[in-house]
Ligand binder design. Structure first.
Ligand SMILES: [Zn+2]
Length: 158
């Protein structure tokens, strides 16, 4: 049954491998685990991520000053995009008897609470995307483990 698998070349297609890696990273993020090791819980309280992964020590802002800002912006865009999708979905589902007044108020309410509801996921997905684009090196992990919470890493490209 698996005969065709055995004839496949041993090396993986790089694009396929990165899709697999991306899936792993995002699945870990959606479970609010550290995208790097998949073990540590990175959510502290709802609106605050832990500073470090308790298992591998990866810092949830990767030691970068503007990482948090990026995570906040991404979360806002993601949350509002999901609200728009929900509103469009509701409009299509209820067509042609769309209760516009109700829908307007519900969508306004959702637009306000969605960024808070999605916050931990937004941050974790942002971190997963960052790791996907710029894999964590051993050297960087060493930095995460040895540097103080108030120290920030310099961007290599600055
Ligand atoms: Zn970890």
């Amino acid at each position: 049954m698996n005969a065709h698998v055995a004839t496949m070349p041993a090396h993986k297609d790089p694009a396929e491998a990165s899709v697999g890696r991306g899936t792993t990273l995002y699945l870990r993020a959606l479970r609010l685990r550290c995208p790097h090791c998949g073990e540590g819980h990175i959510k502290g309280s709802w609106m605050k991520m832990k500073r470090n992964c308790p298992v591998c020590g990866l810092r949830t802002e990767r030691g970068e000053e503007d990482f948090f800002l990026g995570a906040m912006m991404f979360n806002l865009v993601l949350a509002e995009f999901l609200v728009v999708l929900a509103v469009v979905g509701a409009t299509i589902a209820l067509w042609p008897d769309v209760p516009w007044n109700v829908l307007t108020w519900v969508s306004l309410g959702l637009a306000m609470i969605a960024p808070f509801l999605f916050y931990p996921f937004g941050h974790a997905i942002w971190l997963a995307s960052d790791i996907l684009i710029r894999p964590v090196s051993g050297e960087e992990m060493e930095w995460h483990r040895t540097h103080g919470p108030d120290e920030h890493r310099k961007h290599r490209d600055r």
